[in-house]
Design a protein. Structure first.
Length: 69
């Protein structure tokens, strides 16, 4: 076993737990940002979609349903 393995395991666990706390909108936004970075930062369609997702997330459109009163 590598002497750094316990640290690597701890960092990985923290990363997974942090990812699990993110909202669906945040996850989708991350995915679109990665897509833009991977494919092309100059792709207007990807930028447009990313703006839409960010706007929806800011307005609370992503996340668990709220109970109706």
């Amino acid at each position: 076993m590598n002497e750094f393995q316990p640290l690597i395991d701890q960092l990985y666990r923290e990363r997974v737990l942090r990812a699990r706390r993110r909202t669906p909108g945040e996850r989708l936004g991350d995915a679109l940002e990665l897509s833009v970075a991977f494919f092309s930062k100059d792709d207007p369609e990807l930028r447009r979609r990313l703006r839409i997702v960010r706007a929806l997330d800011e307005h609370g459109c992503y996340g668990p349903p709220q109970p109706r009163l």
